[in-house]
Design a protein around this ligand. Sequence first.
Ligand SMILES: Nc1ncnc2c1ncn2[C@@H]1O[C@H](COP(=O)(O)OP(=O)(O)OP(=O)(O)O)[C@@H](O)[C@H]1O
Ligand SMILES: [Mg+2]
Length: 460
Amino acid sequence: MALPDALSRPPTAWQRRPRPFRWVKRFLPRTLFGRSLMIMMTPVVLAQAIATFVFYDRHWETMTNRLAFGVAGEIAMVIDQMDRTAGEEGRNGVFVAAARTMDILVTFSPGERLPEGRQRLRGILETTLAKALDERVRRPWWLDTNVAHEWIEIRVQMPDGVLSVLSPERRLFSFTSYLFILWMIGSQLVLFTVAILFMRNQIRPIRRLAVAADAFGKGRDTPEFKPEGALEVRQAAHAFLVMRERIRRQIRQRTEMLAGVSHDLRTPLTRMKLQLAMLPDHPEVEELKADVADMETMVEGYLAFARGEGGEAPQPVELGSLLQEVAGNARREGGTVALDLGPAAEDEVVLPLLPATLKRCLANLVGNALRYGRQAWVTLRPAPGAWEVVVDDDGPGIPPTQREAVFRPFQRLDPSRNPETGGVGLGLTIARDAARRHGGDVVLEDSPRGGLRAVVRLPV
Ligand SMILES: Nc1ncnc2c1ncn2[C@@H]1O[C@H](COP(=O)(O)OP(=O)(O)OP(=O)(O)O)[C@@H](O)[C@H]1O
Ligand SMILES: [Mg+2]
């Protein structure tokens, strides 16, 4: 679709002003769906993240600290007891008591030594426990958190061997902390799912409105479109419907008026022709006759234009065969037309089109190419979001400054450039109007064949 004028103009000063956080935009979601989801979820996630952080900081760390110091204190006590009791018997008594009252399994391996150096610690549990052991036990130690499932081994270097303490993990770990985190993540997931479901339903009517507006812009109809959704969306949809109706009415009115005026002009023109035919031969009469003939052609042109705008409905059309038909018609009238269907030669290119309107558009362009040049080259090519029909010729072309002017009704270039032609100057007007009714446009360029290139853009 052609951009509205305001968008295709070069940026004005306020648009060019540097915007400091433009790069942030690249990371933001582009759809309304994504944005609303982000607006909804960001505060929730942020609040929960802060809560989690505070919880970690305050609750979890204090908890782990207390538990770690508890276990370290028990180990210190066992060591203390061991120092006081002599003999293996007494030692074993201490170990049994520890197992029974404190839930830790203690064994002693005489003569063993711990590995040298300090162990590398991972995670909050190990660091907290290490701190507690340093403070309470005050002997070299070694940690093994993976000794068995849900068990932790703490080995302490004694003067004559290694004391091994096995403690269940739950003694050092607060599982409610996990629950808390799980609950946080879980509640966020639930919120997220509910938000997605609700947002989807809110976005759908907006998307439908966009589709209907796009289709109307391309001359296609969406009669089933009805306003629905939130109040604002409904308002926009309603405004669109009113606007669509007004545009349709305007087109109808214009067409009817044009057809009426052209039709009514025919009768006095025919009368004038008859009266002129009855006048005696005279150079001035001949001139008058030529003028009347010109006026008749103009009126016919207007009528054809007006008729074309009558209610032709869009229908699926195969572009390739439509182009072949246009080229065939031109060849039958003696023109040389080279046709290149590009990808459409193998695959069918089917678009919803107004066939008669488009045929007249292309026939006018090919007609111009053959009238002002010797040969016409018609090419179909894909473009982003559209198909383009390119009509080239080897004629004199149109200077860039004139390329907009020639689209105006009855606008013809200096007749000395193309002496033997007898058009009225409606061909390009009709062609552009036809393309715009498809949501596309006709633009003029220089042709590599030496003459003019007309590009008809048809959005898919
Ligand atoms: N392919 C072309 N090469 C050179 N000049 C062209 C070409 N097509 C159009 N023009 C110029 O643009 C003018 C307007 O073209 P347009 O098709 O609207 O009218 P026309 O060809 O003069 O008459 P008709 O209404 O019969 O088509 C022409 O008079 C001609 O001067
Ligand atoms: Mg023409």
